[in-house]
Design a protein around this ligand. Sequence first.
Ligand code: DX5
Ligand code: ZN
Length: 224
Amino acid sequence: MTAKTIIAPSLLASDFSALGEEVDAIIEAGADWVHLDVMDGHFVPNITFGPPVIAAIRDRTDKVFDCHLMIEPADPYLAAFAQAGADIITVHAEAATHLDRTLQAIADMGKKAGVALNPSTPATAIEYVLDRLDLILLMTVNPGFGGQAFIEPVVDKIAAVAAMIGDRPIDIEVDGGITPDTAAKVAAAGANVLVAGSSVFAGGPGAYADNISALRAAADNARG
Ligand code: DX5
Ligand code: ZN
């Protein structure tokens, strides 16, 4: 886990008709990573975009492309996301039949490996793959849509995961309903990477820097 709070705006809340400019704008506004929500209309009840769209915006920045795959199965598509420019490939535990094998495949492609857990999935789902993980993504909403309300009981799971990973260098990322208010709660519990869609993109490009700063300040204060 890094000492610094990492802010990862989710492009799901951006203007898709100007995706490249939106990437430029969030980087200019201080974003650390770019969070890419890939949905298949099967694992989650929504469809977004895939490798060609990610490849099309890859040259906009050298920042980390954080790919959150909400797809089932994921294995047949891992290479395509790696080639499109993903730096981190995160799969859902609920969508992986052979999670350990999937994580090895991501590592073999030279990419960082993450596992996402839905709000109802217990932390123990990742207990025996911890040493293969670079990142654990705890969903603080049910995946599929932006703009949903934060699910409070996940805060306890963040603390449980933080205790479980000990001193392993694993990032704890949260995703869904993150505002300055909830950022403080998740950061206090141990999260160091904050994904935010609605609260970053609210107000248009002129507001992005202030929106990102507000999230960062809330999290930094809470983490001491
Ligand atoms: C939800 C996605 C999130 C989403 C977050 O399935 O994984 O990344 O964009 O959106 P907000 O921040 O609006 O809850
Ligand atoms: Zn996401």
